[in-house]
Ligand binder design. Structure first.
Ligand code: ADP
Ligand code: ZN
Length: 721
């Protein structure tokens, strides 16, 4: 190759051609450094015939600067990058960036300097220094990473290094990872598990694309089943990738994995330090990292010997990325499995309607685990009618739920109260003049957080202290909290049961794997009686002594009313119910609702998942909604409202007329303002046969808008805000 066509890591640039200098060899997939004006850019060599660009004569080509000594990105991964960019209307460079690490990891093995506390207390202990040292604890990282953890500037950390309170240490980044042992401690499987595991092992052996839906109630032992498939991939010397929805999940998962395979898998998530990230990326790219457990971003990494993909809790909406490239990791994972010609397992106790539909039309094969492992029964469910038997004024727990909590405490068993709302109260207003605290940047109320004594916007992170007087009428002590968040429920529990030991589990309290581990240890050690938590506690955890779940507000998820609202409520409440009675003791779930006759509540109480899914699926089919039809949203935003509106109108006017396709809007988005930007939306609804992406691409290419306006396309949207 004397010429090379590159995708460079700059989404504003198209493909670029370069000359390959003497002595350098590259092939498609090679990771290289190329000059651009006075700068240097990282790029990846691509098949020239697959990228359209203007032809440039040989004599005008600049030479490449360097080719990294790394395995080239494989052809299946290159096809995946193309497919993702094409399907989600994203720049190739933006997708490619997800496959590559920061430039540090591209260099050879090196050591880097990290910092950690020495335990020495500096002579001058300012409040900032004290805060930093307390939050850093025994963590280690770059100056910048410690600054973020400590909530202080880099300067404060450097100051602490000078005083000796923090010290530098050298870390090598190419330490090998231990190899999981496939036969370390396999369980004796139950018959249904054994059958499913055998089929999956065969699929791993066959090395062909085979999508499976592993559908089993909570506690049925799905994890043990797909562990057998992973073991087989490891035996064959192949790599396995397990995608999990949230960082908090990785901690219990890592423990189980280590018990089964004798060592930790290689983790990949946003909480990794840069040194860990580099080490993991290099081990993945060399094929040495056998089992990778990660958040959705692990999907695009360059596994050279991929043998299996598992997507656990595959119904989770958090697999949809809402920023940058707006892709759905579950769907892209299936495409990767197809391109790599490997099996993929979507595991869930409450599969998405989309996934069930794929089973119905014969594209996915379903493996069912109908019973809980070890004879544990599913919990009893009952609805509590909040109109018939309401809590006293200013309280949120109905008398029957309070009695159940009391009984559980007396029996020495653990309880969980679920409310998907962080903070103390979702709205604060002035009793005197009616003033409501709204975020200055977003169409959203400020949420009171009583522990930190602040009002916070859950969309942009804006914070303010809670004032003593109303900012509008200046009346003192007139502010009232409206509605409950988990902190308020915790207060109610404390008032009812002063002796009970409680824990709040939300992203405010469990913000790192270490925090999650701490929580798990306290639960397992019996140090907690009542957990009050958001959706963070709905999945993954296995606490045998947890026997009562109270759903504080089952109607909450239905309020938004988007197409998946009922499905999501059903999934969430089923998942949280699945935390109850996983051990020998029987579990019980009480669901507080104002509408016990609602289809979702009926289905939950009767346990008729099939009926519920059938009715929801029919409704989708009739409305030609996904998976029976296609949706794509176009979101226009700008700091300047007039500009945003003008652009949205221009896009609306340019909407093509096509058969079996309708365009709705533009209309102000429900979140009409977000992070200081005004937002409008259009929604495209089409039948499955319509090539929506091509149409939108051509349509938007004909409309022009000011640089300050952002237009993004959300293909298969999950958020309608
Ligand atoms: P799911 O993922 O379906 O919710 P898990 O895989 O978490 O279920 O299994 C529930 C519990 O039962 C876990 O504690 C797990 O270790 C245990 N378990 C499942 N299958 C077996 C088995 N064959 N032998 C021993 N323990 C098992
Ligand atoms: Zn805000």
């Amino acid at each position: 190759m004397t010429r090379a066509r590159l995708i460079v890591l700059n989404s504003a640039l198209g493909p670029l051609d370069y000359r390959v200098p003497h002595g350098m060899t590259v092939e498609p997939g090679s990771i290289v450094v190329a000059p651009l004006g006075p700068r240097q850019l990282i790029g990846v060599v691509w098949e020239p015939e697959r990228l359209k660009t203007e032809e440039v004569g040989d004599n005008r080509l600049r030479p490449l600067i360097q080719a990294y000594d790394l395995p080239p990105l494989s052809a299946p991964l290159r096809r995946l990058v193309e497919w993702t960019a094409d399907y989600y209307l994203a720049p190739l460079a933006s997708v490619l960036r997800m496959a590559l690490p920061s430039s540090g990891a591209l260099e050879g093995a090196r050591s880097i300097t990290e910092y950690r506390a020495t335990g020495q207390i500096p002579e001058r202990l300012t409040p900032q220094r004290a805060q930093a040292l307390e939050r850093i604890g025994d963590r280690q990282g770059l100056i910048r990473e410690l600054g973020i953890v400590g909530g202080v500037s880099d300067g404060v950390i450097r100051g602490l290094v000078k005083t000796g309170a923090i010290e530098a240490i050298e870390v090598t980044i190419d330490d090998p990872f231990p190899l999981p042992a496939p036969d370390h401690d396999p369980p004796a499987l139950e018959p249904a598990q054994g059958q499913a595991a055998a089929e999956l092992r065969d699929a791993v052996d066959a090395r062909t694309f085979a999508p499976y839906l592993l559908d089993g109630v909570t506690g049925s032992g799905k994890t043990e089943v797909y562990f057998e498939a992973i073991a087989q991939a490891v035996r064959l010397g192949r790599q396995a990738l397990v995608l999990l929805p949230e960082i908090a999940l990785t901690e219990p998962f890592l423990k189980r994995f280590a018990a089964r395979f004798g060592c930790d898998p290689v983790p990949w998530h946003s909480g990794l330090r840069q040194s860990q990230r580099r080490r993991a990326w290099r081990a993945i790219a060399s094929g040495e990292a056998r089992v990778v457990v990660g958040a959705r971003s692990a999907l695009f990494l360059p596994y050279p010997k991929l043998g299996l993909i598992v997507v656990d809790e595959a119904h989770e909406p958090s697999f949809k990325q809402e920023e940058g490239v707006q892709y759905h990791a579950r769907d892209v994972a299936v495409m990767r499995a197809k391109l790599e010609e490997v099996p993929i397992i979507l595991a869930s106790a409450t599969p998405a309607i989309e996934s069930r539909h794929m089973v119905e039309i014969g594209t996915y094969k379903e493996l069912r685990l109908p019973d809980r492992y070890g004879g544990a029964r599913l919990p009893d469910m009952a609805a509590l009618d909040m109109l018939q038997d309401p809590p006293p004024r200013g309280r949120w727990l109905a008398p029957e739920l309070v009695r159940a909590l009391e009984d559980n405490l007396a029996a020495g068993e653990q309880s969980l109260l679920f409310l998907n709302r962080r903070g103390y109260a979702p709205l604060t207003l002035c009793r005197h003049c009616g003033y409501r605290f709204q975020c200055p940047n977003c169409t959203a109320w400020m949420v009171e957080h009583r522990f930190t004594r602040r009002l916070a916007c859950h969309h942009c992170g804006h914070m303010m202290p809670v004032p003593n007087a109303c900012p509008e009428c200046k009346e003192e002590d007139a502010l009232v909290a409206c509605g409950p968040g988990v902190e308020r429920i915790a207060d109610e529990v404390k008032a009812l049961f002063p002796e009970a030991r409680t824990a709040i589990v939300t992203s405010d309290t469990i913000w790192s794997p270490a925090k999650a581990a701490e929580f798990v240890a306290r639960m397992e050690g019996g140090e907690i009686d009542i957990v009050i938590g958001t959706q963070l506690v709905t999945k993954g955890y296995h606490f045998p002594n947890l026997t009562l779940v109270g759903v504080v507000d089952a109607d909450l998820g239905l309020a938004g009313g988007d197409l998946r609202a009922a499905e999501r409520s059903f999934q969430q409440i089923r998942q949280v119910s699945g935390r109850a009675g996983r051990g020998e003791r029987h579990g019980r779930v009480l669901v507080q609702t104002h509408d016990p006759s609602a289809r979702v509540i009926q289905a939950l109480v009767s346990g008729d998942a099939e009926g519920f899914y059938a009715a929801e699926t029919d409704a989708r089919r009739e409305a030609a909604m996904p998976p029976f039809g296609r949706l794509a949203a176009i979101i226009i935003s700008s700091e300047d409202q007039a500009e945003a509106t003008a652009t949205a109108r221009a896009i609306g006017r340019g909407a093509p007329r096509r058969e079996n396709m309708a365009v709705f809007g533009p209309a102000p988005a429900p979140l009409a303002m977000l992070r200081g930007r005004h937002r409008l939306r259009l929604l495209v609804h089409a039948s499955r046969a319509v090539p929506v992406q091509d149409i939108i691409r051509d349509w938007l290419a004909d409309v022009h808008w000011p640089r300050s306006v952002r237009v993004s396309v959300d293909v298969d949207p999950y958020s309608f805000l």
